[in-house]
Design a protein around this ligand. Structure first.
Ligand code: GYE
Length: 355
């Protein structure tokens, strides 16, 4: 790695100069300086292209990565925030290649458009680990492996929760008037969660009135919900593809003089969401303003670290690594879900979970 060599040469030169001086305290300094540089020389250099900072999930994810790739753990982390733009992420990856990092970790904003730059990384002999969302490339050998969530399964869980709730409450399928506030268009989380709802709506005969992009942000969730409420007066379910959109949608619902809650027959609007990463989400669940959340786990730092450690030992990581996730509610109507022959128990949250 050229900059490491340059650094080592500079240190070597400095040590030489110091030795010529031969002062005892200087000797001491040079020794510890030497040790520091030697440690830096042995650290694994990871370039991480994070896609942005749009949500609480994303902040937790960034934090998890940063606390795994620390100097104490033997890493030098180069962190780049793509600010939701693929072009920024591509630029970051090219910079990592220039810097000759040991590993590139990519959390891609959308699925397509990565072939060229990942080929460049491959040609440079730098392993690429994809985290969170997926990449859709023509050749899977362009990346070493992927770790993240099964977004379609999350969507199926949320939709099946709604199905079971409607059945338990004796609601007819035609009584479900649902709108979907989607995540970033073309991202795996949007594609999977949108499919989960659309398939269930078709299978159960629900009235899926609109699918609109909310960019996974609170502000956009609010804005989109405001206009949906103006457009349709019979919305009784809002499926938000993350919690931040749900927080915004609830603000819009309340500002319109409506109530977010499970009593559809009584005129409330039921809010369904994804993530469940922080205290705020739990508070909304306990208040019944969000009726259920399909968990999405952001703590990928230690997972990517384990992959790199395995690669360092010469091991071969699993290509696709799915994380196990739960479904949360404070409402006890639905206790478990059957999806594709598998049973998923609903985790019922109580006040204690908030403490
Ligand atoms: O659910 C959302 C974030 O890709 C799983 O992106 C991630 C999603 C997450 O902005 O909150």
């Amino acid at each position: 790695m050229y900059w490491k060599k340059a650094l080592a040469a500079a240190v070597f030169f400095m040590l030489g100069m110091l030795q010529m001086g031969c002062g005892s305290s200087l000797d001491h300094k040079s020794e510890s300086l030497g040790r520091e540089e030697e440690e830096a020389e042995h650290r694994i250099v990871v370039g991480f292209s994070q896609l942005g900072a749009e949500s609480d999930w994303r902040s937790e994810n960034t934090e998890s990565m940063k606390s795994s790739f620390t100097e104490e753990n033997g890493y030098t982390l180069i962190f780049e925030d793509g600010q939701q733009k693929q072009a920024n992420q591509i630029r970051a990856i090219r910079m990592f290649i220039q810097q000759e990092v040991d590993y590139i970790v990519l959390a891609p904003v959308t699925e397509t458009g990565w072939d060229t730059v990942l080929q460049e990384a491959k040609d440079a002999g730098i392993p690429v680990i994809i985290v969170d969302r997926k990449v859709d490339v023509s050749d899977d050998s362009l990346f070493t492996c992927w770790v993240g969530s099964d977004f379609e399964l999350e969507g199926k869980k949320a939709a099946e929760w709604l199905n079971q709730y409607a059945l338990a409450k004796g609601l007819a399928s035609g009584d479900i008037h649902v709108v979907n506030i989607q995540g970033t268009k073309g991202s795996s989380a949007q594609i999977g969660r949108t499919k989960g709802l659309a398939d269930a709506a078709a299978a159960n005969g629900w009235d899926l009135m609109a699918e609109v992009i909310g960019d996974f942000t609170r502000a956009k969730g609010k804005e989109v919900m405001e206009s949906l409420l103006k457009q349709y007066d019979n919305i009784n379910v809002v499926y938000c593809e993350n919690d931040n959109e749900a927080f915004g949608a609830i603000e819009a619902i309340e500002a319109a003089g409506r109530k977010a809650g499970p009593d559809i027959a009584g005129g409330e609007i039921m809010v369904i969401s994804f993530d469940g990463v922080n205290e705020e989400a739990i508070r909304y669940i306990l208040e019944g303003k969000i009726i259920c959340i399909a968990e999405c786990n952001p703590l990928h730092g230690p997972r990517v670290q384990a992959i790199i450690e395995l690669l360092e030992e010469g091991g071969k990581p699993e290509k696709w690594q799915y994380v196990d996730e739960e479904i949360y509610s404070a409402n006890e109507t639905v206790k478990s879900l059957m999806i594709d022959g598998m049973e998923y128990k609903v985790t019922i949250l109580t006040q204690k979970d908030r403490e």
